[in-house]
Write a protein that binds this ligand. Structure first.
Ligand SMILES: [Zn+2]
Length: 296
């Protein structure tokens, strides 16, 4: 069982959850090939009984498109795993937009199922540096009691806009704590994630897929030292929601841990330009300027 321990002065909490120690480590190269993937179709019997699916087939049998199961190693009383697709090696950036819609519909369904029980946080860990312990792409949902104070940011002001469509913006907030951090937020302020309409989900899935794909391109161009491609995202559980994508291209070290100050090595203005694919044009302009100046 997990327990919540407060720090009275800062109103912050820690969750002590020793049962997490026994989690499998599928992601390390050694064990990946040897062990059975509990999230692959055909292995449904390995995981705890399914609570929701999108797609065809009987409960705990093949045929699903998106599958939701309880987490075997829960952090909180309600802790679920949303398996993105039957594909082991395809995540949001490579799945079809309509498939991403199905993932978001599963999010909405489970969010609304729990929203009266506490603070519902949906998050995704992608890649080795992000905290994922199973390679097969998935997200998680946890319900945290309402009395527990969360340290989550409220929605940041809109600046460095990358793109927009009918219902959403993507942008790199001035207060970005991580290189290439990017947020997706509804144009209409004050909304709850669980109240998304089907039309809005179409718009959101387009932007989410595109943004993560762009992030992968940025990663491939820059090849951050010794880091494999990884990111986290989470959906703000309260009113005025947003989805925050945090690329894991750098490690946090003693300075950040000791001060609580994060050092962001990429200016959010530059990050926004790179997402827009403008950096090459910038380089060309700079090259031309350099050539001109060499005449003097
Ligand atoms: Zn798998």
């Amino acid at each position: 069982m997990s327990k919540y321990v407060p720090d009275i002065l800062s109103r912050r909490w820690v969750i002590v959850a020793p049962s997490r120690l026994s989690r499998p480590d599928h992601i390390s190269a050694k064990s990946k090939k040897q062990s059975l993937c509990p999230f692959c179709p055909g292995n449904e019997h390995v995981s705890p009984g399914e609570v929701f699916r999108i797609g065809k087939g009987e409960k705990d049998q093949k045929g699903w498109v998106v599958r939701v199961i309880p987490n075997k190693y829960p952090i909180t009383d309600y802790h679920e795993v949303i398996i993105h697709s039957p594909h082991e090696d395809k995540d949001i950036e490579h799945l079809s937009a309509s498939h991403v819609e199905s993932i978001l519909k599963a999010y909405r369904e489970r969010f609304n199922y729990y929203r009266k029980k506490g603070q519902v946080l949906i998050f995704c860990n992608h890649g080795e540096g992000s905290g994922a312990s199973i390679h097969h792409p998935h997200s998680q949902l946890v319900v945290i009691p309402s009395q527990i104070n969360l340290d989550t940011l409220t929605r940041e002001p809109l600046n460095n806009i990358v793109e927009d469509n009918t219902f959403f913006y993507t942008y790199c907030p001035d207060f970005s704590q991580w290189p290439y951090e990017i947020w997706i937020a509804p144009k209409k302020e004050g909304a709850h994630f669980g109240d998304l309409t089907d039309k809005q989900i179409v718009d959101l899935s387009t932007l989410l897929k595109k943004t993560v794909r762009q992030l992968e391109t940025i990663y491939e161009k820059n090849r951050f030292a010794n880091m494999s491609f990884g990111y986290n995202y989470y959906i703000y559980p309260h009113s005025n929601w947003y989805l925050r994508i945090i690329p894991r291209f750098v490690h946090r070290a003693g300075f950040e841990l000791g001060t609580g100050l994060n050092v962001n090595i990429v200016d959010p203005t530059t990050a926004a330009m790179e997402y827009k694919g403008m950096e090459m044009r910038m380089v060309n302009v700079l090259d031309k300027l350099k050539k001109k100046s060499s005449y003097f």
